[in-house]
Design a protein around this ligand. Structure first.
Ligand SMILES: [Zn+2]
Ligand SMILES: [Zn+2]
Length: 158
């Protein structure tokens, strides 16, 4: 093979390689764009709800934005949002885990025993040290209030 032909083939091979890399990067960009859209839909669902959401609640709400969304995608994007420190995990005993936007400060939760929705409570009784026997030191506390939310209360009133 003459060096002229060799060079020509070499050029074609390099061009094909560039095309393949370009196509792969385009594919990655499409994947990234889809991921971003899904993540935004999940984050928006949390913002709009204004309360902590369980994964199944998030799936229902985010599906309004992205019809084909699956549970595995929700889990994957929650993990990323958590890594990006945009959401936190609310773990309550005997309850499915909930996710909420990074809270502004110390707060508590209210669980509706009828619809099982969780809500944020922004107030705190604070002087809890007085509950402890003399000589004990209170370091932290968790408070979960339980009852009927507004919607469930008015359901039984009508
Ligand atoms: Zn309720
Ligand atoms: Zn408190």
């Amino acid at each position: 093979m003459s060096s002229k032909y060799y060079l020509k083939w070499k050029c074609i091979i390099i061009s094909v390689k560039i095309l393949i890399i370009g196509y792969q990067q385009f594919g990655n960009m499409v994947d990234m764009e889809r991921d971003t859209k899904q993540r935004q839909a999940i984050y928006k669902a949390l913002v709009n709800a204004g309360r902590p959401l369980a994964v199944n609640e998030l799936l229902v709400l985010a599906k309004r934005e992205i019809a084909g969304l699956g549970i595995a995608t929700v889990y994957r994007n929650l993990k990323v949002l958590h890594e990006e420190k945009r959401i936190v995990y609310v773990d309550l005993p005997g309850q499915p885990p909930r996710w909420e936007l990074v809270p502004e400060g110390h707060h508590h939760h209210f669980l509706c025993r009828t619809c099982n929705k969780l809500f944020e409570v922004h107030d705190c009784p604070e002087d809890l040290q007085r509950l402890l026997p003399k000589g004990y030191t209170l370091e932290e506390h968790d408070i979960l209030l339980r009852g009927k939310c507004n919607a469930c209360s008015s359901d039984t009133n009508t």
